[in-house]
Design a protein around this ligand. Structure first.
Ligand SMILES: [Zn+2]
Length: 329
């Protein structure tokens, strides 16, 4: 059969040298060969892939397409010397290795260094219906979001994954966004995506500070719980003027405000030190010294619950996605 000179030569493609993948993907009793564009060869078991996949037709296709495509050429039959079908996949060696390990040895696979790889594995897991692998890649992304939110955010935007973008946006609340964006990963981030993050943090900080500035809601909680915090009931006029908070408590509030400006999430209150400077002042008051630690802890818990409701649950406006859609019309 004469070859069309404009088509890439199958001979060059199939006669390329393929390097065997690392174990366990060299198994002699494997019944399907997967070859990557970067010249690696993985020997896998079709049944194992079928068992792990919720899209079995995708797995059947791998073998079928391989055989069909190559059967039409006179060069290679699409089978190796043991008559095992060879499928040419689009995933590169590193992605396929991680993906197959998640299928073969779930629970033992270390996350990739670069979170971008986790996204690529996630996409590949979706494509082949490897649900367990997809969930694992999602967990990798979620874990990276906390330490590397900008990178995760930028990549989630690129892959149009609003859930991960929101997760990363939430995690970014614990960071100095300007500082983060001047890092290497900011190159991936569009100006409007960066602005969405900045605006999100500003709104969350504002919500958190509003809660602390006007504590009338706390009065209602205290009444319902029959809680009489010392910083609101102390009778020592040097500690607290009538109908005001104790001075040491006001100092504590200003410390909280600063901390919430850095990270407006509930976790800030969970980690708040109640034995710091303000607490040392409280010990100067005969009435407050016994109750201050308990009352502060209780105050932290209540404020933390409120922040969880108002800030941690605050939806992230993913402007980036709506902009991307508008551009198409
Ligand atoms: Zn007092």
């Amino acid at each position: 059969m004469p070859r069309n000179p404009t088509q890439p030569s199958f001979r060059t493609y199939v006669s390329r040298q393929y390097t065997p993948a690392a174990p366990p993907f060299r198994s002699e009793n494997a019944d399907l060969i997967l070859r990557t564009p970067d010249s690696s060869e993985f020997c896998v078991h079709k049944d194992t892939l079928l068992y792990a996949s919720s899209l079995p037709e995708k797995i059947h296709q791998l073998a079928e397409v391989a055989t069909r495509e190559f059967a039409t050429t006179s060069y290679e039959p699409g089978l190796d010397w043991r008559k095992r079908p060879i499928a040419y996949v689009r995933e590169d060696k590193e992605t396929l290795d991680l993906l197959l390990r998640l299928v073969y040895q779930p629970g033992t696979v270390a996350p990739p260094q670069d979170v971008k790889r986790a996204f690529i594995v996630f996409k590949a897991a979706c494509k082949y219906g490897f649900d367990e692998a997809r969930r694992a890649a999602k967990r990798w992304i979620a874990r990276s979001a906390e330490t590397d939110p900008i990178h995760v955010y930028a990549t989630a935007n690129k892959h149009q994954m609003p859930e991960e973008a929101e997760l990363a946006a939430r995690a970014s609340l614990g960071h100095d966004i300007e500082q983060l964006c001047s890092d290497r990963s900011a190159g991936d981030l569009s100006f409007s995506a960066f602005n969405s993050l900045r605006a999100y943090k500003a709104s969350c900080v504002n919500d958190a500070l509003t809660l602390v500035k006007d504590l009338t809601w706390m009065g209602e909680v205290a009444r319902l719980q029959n809680w009489k915090p010392c910083f609101l009931t102390c009778s020592d006029i040097a500690c607290r003027e009538p109908s005001r908070w104790s001075r040491w408590f006001l100092e504590y509030l200003s410390i909280i405000k600063n901390a919430l400006r850095e990270d407006p999430r509930a976790r800030t209150m969970d980690h708040m030190d109640v034995t710091g400077k303000a607490f040392a002042q409280a010990r100067g008051c005969y009435n407050c010294r016994l109750h201050a630690a308990n009352d502060l802890r209780k105050f932290n818990n209540i404020l933390s619950r409120k922040l969880r409701e108002i800030v941690d649950q605050r939806p992230f406006e993913a402007n980036e996605f709506s902009h991307a859609q508008h551009n198409h019309y």
